[in-house]
Design a protein around this ligand. Structure first.
Ligand SMILES: [Zn+2]
Ligand SMILES: [Zn+2]
Ligand SMILES: [Zn+2]
Length: 234
């Protein structure tokens, strides 16, 4: 069966053959690599993907080819604030909008029918015939948000949470005591039990440690962004 990408590629092939600009095979190789990714790629990223496939094309040639592909309506060139231009697939009749993380640059696609409809209503109310629109929401993605979580003392962490030790306050003595237990900044802990009074039980490197509340208040932690459960023997 012939898929949408193949159709677009055939379609493009006919168009560039008509244009008679040569290097048809090379251009189609570039297009193949572009169609294989679902990302919003910059020219530099395209160059990297091409090198992975063993193609060593000239930067300018790739740029021209991508721009021609955009010109023929197979891709869209998007400029998100603070980022170099990116190319993305443009499948006829399929529209979506974007959320852009201003911290890590991640781009998330979405489409919401209510939003699509409201934009038409707004335009119509203002006597405007809408041809197209761009909806870009800038902000902080959920992963960056989690990484940014404020620090809290370990004594406030909840059972079941996986946390990272970000800082140890209380001077050298506290640090030395914790170092004796094998706890250091950057370590990951799993909170096994914390009833809100008395000692806390935490898992660290496959052992359970009991920490007094006093010392637990001196350990500043944040939730681990990607908790990795370690497999412990026995
Ligand atoms: Zn939209
Ligand atoms: Zn982010
Ligand atoms: Zn997109």
């Amino acid at each position: 069966m012939i898929n949408g990408n193949q159709l677009e590629k055939n379609n493009f092939q006919n168009l560039i053959e008509d244009d008679d600009i040569g290097k048809v095979e090379d251009r189609l190789n570039i297009i193949d690599v572009f169609l294989e990714t679902e990302e919003h790629v910059t020219l530099e990223e395209m160059m990297r993907l091409l090198r992975i496939k063993g193609y060593d094309y000239d930067h300018e040639f790739v740029r021209q080819c991508m721009n021609r592909w955009v010109e023929h309506g197979f891709a869209q060139k998007k400029v998100f604030e603070g980022q170099p231009p990116r190319y993305e697939h443009h499948h006829l009749g399929r529209h979506h909008d974007h959320l852009i993380c201003t911290k890590c640059g991640k781009i998330v696609e979405f489409r919401h029918e209510d939003l699509e409809r409201i934009q038409l209503i707004i335009a119509a109310d203002l006597g405007f015939h809408m041809l197209q629109h761009k909806m870009e929401i800038y902000g902080i993605c959920s992963e960056c948000l989690r990484a940014r979580r404020p620090l809290m003392p370990l004594s406030m962490a909840k059972a079941g949470e996986t946390i990272l030790i970000k800082d140890i306050i209380g001077g050298r003595e506290a640090k030395a005591r914790l170092a004796d237990m094998g706890l250091r900044q950057g370590d990951q802990l799993e909170v096994i039990n914390n009833t809100g009074f008395g000692r806390l039980i935490v898992g660290h490197d496959c052992t359970r440690l009991a920490l007094g509340r006093g010392i637990a208040q001196k350990i500043l932690v944040s939730l681990a962004p990607n908790p990795q459960k370690e497999a412990c023997e026995g």
